[in-house]
Design a protein around this ligand. Structure first.
Ligand code: PLP
Length: 405
């Protein structure tokens, strides 16, 4: 008899964003006149930059001619894209990463959820709390997390590293149990916090000391505006010996619908004496047939002079929204953070309201949708996330409504 993977039954009932959609749907049915503004889901709203559209059209034309048509892409991705990534994202920042250490994919979500496959089930994972839910959920599906403790809102075998106002929403080094796999995400979703170079260096030193591997999600790297904040973990000394990095074109260049990302695995990186590069190469080759040629050409256009300038303009527009949200809420008396190096603003709910109570309150009183912090982990309780990805007009209207509340 076939048996299902019962690890899936250990996942908490409702994925956060379906729960939100259900609540908003019910509210709109009972208040059809309400004009709801969504500052919840982290999806971009600006159209693709002209330089990317140009590259897409050109690549489509190539696919329509016999002498330029392309079939399956090379396993690691096209060299024209990997060379640009190595040059602009790494070497220009002093990071020693070569094009053949870059694995092109259709986005960071798949990579950061699939990476756990190349590690033993015995490994103990550590995650920031609150955190992007995919890291924990993918390990639950694999059977690495133990049972879910309803009361604690946490899995028994996962090390949750609280990110609180006291530690600047960046985790302290674990004192009791040493994790084998450490998921770090900076700039952070959902808090918008960053880790300065010296703190990240301390993590790299810790991982090298204990033989742990850091899985570093830098999906929001393009939003960093302050000096002293590393864009890549490979800016830290010794990171090639302990870190894998994930990047995405989604928030950098508006590719959420187009799909493109990559993972960096240094060729000499080992876990318990086994090199990880060949394992991921084998997995990639076996289970994945590559991001489309057209999309990889669009990715290449992100690195042209015109592409970089247009994308900088898009990010600046989102960050202007972030500034408006941050300052508007701060002036209205809210305790806010994030929004400077990330498109996320993290606010403390007023009067000790739970995250979901504040969600209902905001929906009802201001017709604004945000994301309850508790959906990202136990330490997210009493916090709330707003995103800067809306239009300027909607952002201004939403914040003005919240200020009047
Ligand atoms: N990592 C983080 C921290 C994210 O917030 C997201 C998307 O919201 C992703 C990865 C997924 O990126 P992609 O669209 O490349 O799959």
């Amino acid at each position: 008899m076939a048996k299902a993977n019962e690890n899936y039954l250990r996942l908490p009932g409702n994925y956060l964003f379906s729960a939100i959609a259900q609540k908003v749907g019910a509210y709109q049915r009972s208040h059809p006149e309400a004009e709801v503004i969504r500052l919840g889901i982290g999806d971009v709203t600006q159209p693709l930059a002209p330089e990317i559209i140009r590259a897409l059209h050109a690549a489509v034309d190539e696919m329509g001619a016999a002498d330029t048509f392309r079939g399956y892409a090379p396993d690691l991705g096209y060299a024209f894209l990997r060379e640009k990534i190595a040059e602009f994202d790494y070497r220009s920042r002093g990071c020693d990463i070569s094009p053949d250490e870059i694995f092109v994919s259709d986005g960071a979500k798949c990579d950061c959820s699939n990476i756990q496959e190349i590690f033993s089930l015995d490994n103990r994972i550590a995650v920031c709390d609150p955190v992007y839910p995919v890291y924990v959920d993918s390990n639950v599906m694999a059977g690495r997390t133990g049972i879910y403790d309803e009361e604690a809102g946490a899995y028994r075998d996962v090390i949750y590293m609280p990110c609180t106002a006291e530690n600047g929403f960046a985790p302290d080094l674990p004192q009791d149990r040493v994790p084998d796999l450490i998921y770090l995400c900076f700039p952070n979703n959902p808090t918008g916090a960053v880790m300065k170079k010296d703190r990240l260096q301390a993590w790299v030193d810790y991982a090298n000391r204990h033989g742990s591997i850091i899985l570093y999600d830098a999906a929001y790297e393009a939003y960093i505006s302050e000096e002293g904040v590393p864009h890549s973990i490979y800016e830290c000394e010794g990171a090639r010996g302990c870190a894998i990095e994930f990047r995405s074109f989604s928030k950098t260049a508006g590719f959420t619908g187009l799909r493109l990302g990559f993972t960096v695995i240094p060729k000499d990186l080992e876990a318990g004496g086994v090199r990880l590069w060949p394992l991921w190469a084998r997995r990639h080759g076996t289970k994945y047939n590559g991001a489309p040629y057209i999309v990889q050409r669009a990715g290449e256009a992100v690195y042209t002079e015109a592409g970089r300038s247009q994308i900088r303009g898009q990010i600046a527009a989102y960050m202007e929204n972030a500034r408006y949200i941050y300052e508007g809420l701060r002036d209205a008396g809210y305790e806010v953070s994030g929004g400077v190096n990330a498109p996320y603003i993290w606010l403390r709910t007023p009067g000790q309201m739970t995250s979901w109570d504040f969600f209902d309150y905001l929906l009802d009183k201001a017709n604004v949708v945000g994301t309850p912090g508790s959906g990202f982990g136990p330490a997210g309780e009493h916090y709330f996330r707003l995103t800067a990805f809306g239009s300027k007009e909607n952002t201004v209207r939403a914040i003005d409504r919240i200020r009047r509340m």
